[in-house]
Design a protein around this ligand. Structure first.
Ligand SMILES: [Zn+2]
Length: 86
């Protein structure tokens, strides 16, 4: 019986590791990078929220995706913030 319990513990290890990896993926991106990034449409400042970059310009409000930790600052890839189900 004791051996079975050991196996269960070992099986749970990769799950913990994967969770940590996912969490590290959610970390805010480099602040220095954020400071130099601007919205390509309106040149407004962008902020990092919910794993995406949002233009702070109230008229523009484009949301840019972040893929593999790299912000995709393309108007074609962006979506309007008010189109999202927030
Ligand atoms: Zn903008």
């Amino acid at each position: 019986m004791g051996q079975t319990r050991m196996l269960v513990k070992l099986a749970a290890l990769p799950i913990v590791c994967n969770t940590a990896r996912v969490l590290s993926h959610m970390e805010p991106i480099n602040q220095a990078l954020l400071d130099i990034l601007v919205c390509p449409k309106c040149r407004g400042k962008v902020v990092h929220r919910d794993g995406k970059l949002r233009c702070t310009d109230t008229a523009c409000r484009l949301v840019y995706p972040i893929r593999e930790g790299i912000p995709v600052m393309l108007i074609d890839e962006a979506i309007r913030a008010d189109e999202q189900t927030a």
